[in-house]
Design a protein around this ligand. Sequence first.
Ligand code: NAI
Length: 397
Amino acid sequence: MIIEPKVKSSILLTAHPEGCKQLVKEQIEYVKNNKKYTGAKKALIIGSSSGYGLATRISLAFGGSKTETIGVAYENGPKGKRTGTAGWFNTLAFNEEAKKEGIKYKNFMGDAFSNEMKEDVIKFIKEEFGKVDLVIYSLASGKRQDPIDGIMYTSALRSTTGGVTGPTVDLESDTIFTQTMENATKEEEKATVKVMGGEDWNLWIRALAEADCLTEGAKTFAYSYIGPKLTYGIYKDGTIGLAKRHLEKTADDLDAYLKEKINGEAYTSVNKALVTKASAYIPIFPLYACILFKVMKEKGIHEGCIEQTHRLFVDMIYGNEPVIDEARRFRPDNWEMREDVQAECEELWGKITPENFRELSDYDGFKYDFFQLGGFLVDGVDYSADIDLDALSEEEI
Ligand code: NAI
């Protein structure tokens, strides 16, 4: 099959295995050619197949520590005419490179929110893998079935301050249009916190600790976002912001629990805005990202997932230059939030029109990153080649 990109409503419906493989290799090369650190011996990454979770796994495994990793993700392999998801191909590519270097790994594909997944991972840690000293929580999902009451909650990216209207980009027609984020109902607020808040992270960490799967002094981090004033309406003061504040509160509860139990620690890390499957879907947010990328690239401080994550580990988590705010949050978003960066973003935001947005923002860079999420537009990949999806579907994950 010849695989081409198909986009619908800010979602890429297809993925190219060769492109994904090439990009995973590039991320590995990046960490190999950068500062090294001694990090975790054994880590569990929940949400390991794309975006920040994948970059975390790569930094840990190839950035000097040769960390053995367990990855949990919800991805599908090729089936019939469906290509399989990028996260599936990213994971196959990670496996291949880890195998070459004799770095142990194990993948669990399925619903991280379920009790069954927690039980399976715990069984594997106890019977084969050994205790972990780091747990990273990097899930981004639209739905979560509560394992206790069985109710399926669907998150709603909505405002909590009366609704927000603003411009955003349309990747299919290369235009900008006005989008409205409606105000959330109380049920939508609750559902979004249920899906993207800290409840599931809390269940994971307590289940792991109770089952004696964490080493003395083990750490856990969940990824979060705050963003600048420009995006408060859609993010910080939106339903997703409510969920992230819940995640931060959970970090404090878990920190106290782990201190007592194993002398452990729990934190959130507030990461930079980037193009990932999850963020491209947030209303209005993509135009902010296009402007931010332009400003940060011009200042020479732009980072992608791997650069940002590797800096978090090298300098902050396992290094001597942690940036931690008054609320105990790690802040690798410190360059995005710099006053000069935000002043320029605000100025550009005020000048953007449908006619000038390609000049005043890095729309082209954003779009390029978006297609690369599915392994497209990658140098050196022959996109006219016939891909044998049947053979790929038989590869063991
Ligand atoms: P992503 O969409 O690239 O990755 C999400 C991961 O979660 C994937 O590995 C996916 O397979 C997994 N997943 C989703 N539902 C699952 C389920 N039910 N069971 C098991 N695995 C599941 O997302 P991204 O952007 O890397 O997000 C990860 C975290 O980073 C999120 O908490 C997000 O809020 C945070 N973050 C993202 C930023 C951005 O701009 N992309 C900025 C700052 C923080």
